[in-house]
Design a protein. Sequence first.
Length: 117
Amino acid sequence: MTAPLSADLRRRLVRAVEAGSSAREAARRFEVSPSAAIKLMQRVRETGSAAPARIGGYRRPLLAGHEALLRELTAAKPGITLAEIQTELTGRGIQAGSLSTVWSTLRRLGLRHKKSR
């Protein structure tokens, strides 16, 4: 993923366009892609700011809120596999996701499971 344009370059691009240059001309002058200059100017018109938008963010784990159930499953059957946990969760109407989702949740909780049968 690319990094956002520097604040200085953003200010210079905006000033050039406000001084009468087109976004494409300003992009050529400052050696950025035309789409970057056009999107920057759209952002300035919509928000009034040339600051970059926030990149990324927090995404809640898929199995958050089901920790007690996972603890119960691993305690009741110490040799349970990831596939069996996934099947059990799906049977209870919980979207379990992939095996790696189940594994990462168990790891985050410090729970153990059998690797394979």
